[in-house]
Design a protein around this ligand. Sequence first.
Ligand SMILES: C[S@@+](CC[C@H](N)C(=O)[O-])C[C@H]1O[C@@H](n2cnc3c(N)ncnc32)[C@H](O)[C@@H]1O
Length: 240
Amino acid sequence: MENPRVNLERPSNDVPAPRDAPEDDDNDTPMLSSQALEALKVFLSEQNREIKSGEDAAEEVALVAEDWRLSQFWYDHSTAETIATEVLTICQNLPSPSVACIACPTLYAYLKKIDPQVPAQLLEYDQRFEQYGSEFTIYDYNQPEDLPLSLKHTFPIVVADPPYLSKECLEKVTETIKFLLRPKESYILLLTGEVQKDRSAELLGLRPCGFRPQHSRKLGNEFRLFTSYDPETRLGGWEE
Ligand SMILES: C[S@@+](CC[C@H](N)C(=O)[O-])C[C@H]1O[C@@H](n2cnc3c(N)ncnc32)[C@H](O)[C@@H]1O
């Protein structure tokens, strides 16, 4: 499994142990002056701090590398955390919460990082996410209902980030959302381009929020978050 954010080889930063004291004055082992030794310690401690902050970033969430042939563009840390926090806030008010993540593996990973107990299912085309075991379901939007019947009308929360900005792709993902969604109290979050605003309103009755999703690499298209419910003071609220 390719995972560039873990298993990073790094050189040891330990200050080398001083050699044994020379036995005679003829020993020509180079010695550092006390000032040079002090400067070396400061340098190594700075370098160690930089590596530690890099490790913190890697610990945020370990994801596989983006594959652009699959239209993979991962959210940046702040976006993933904001959406995950919103989903978990909704979960807190539901008697039996569960979340379907359609083609948004970063969200699934952040949900699990923040609350490992939250019931969540990732539907994805990329088989590298089989690493999530029984919480991974292979999914191709071209066969929108080719899914296990056990998932039908099961989820009170469905989040989707379709791979393409076409009408056809959103129509098919809409079929999947309706297949998965529980009929009673339910919540849809759709992350996609601004260009899908009218279509997402027609197909699913969604409206855009003020919050602007960002990606770890800059994209040309403006992205939006559309929801089926009014988030009120969260996510910048519903826009008119
Ligand atoms: C625009 S990305 C959304 C990823 C999201 N921004 C994240 O960080 O998790 C679209 C996703 O659709 C998936 N995908 C690509 N082709 C697909 C297909 N035929 N059916 C379903 N999903 C597909 C990609 O693997 C990718 O994860």
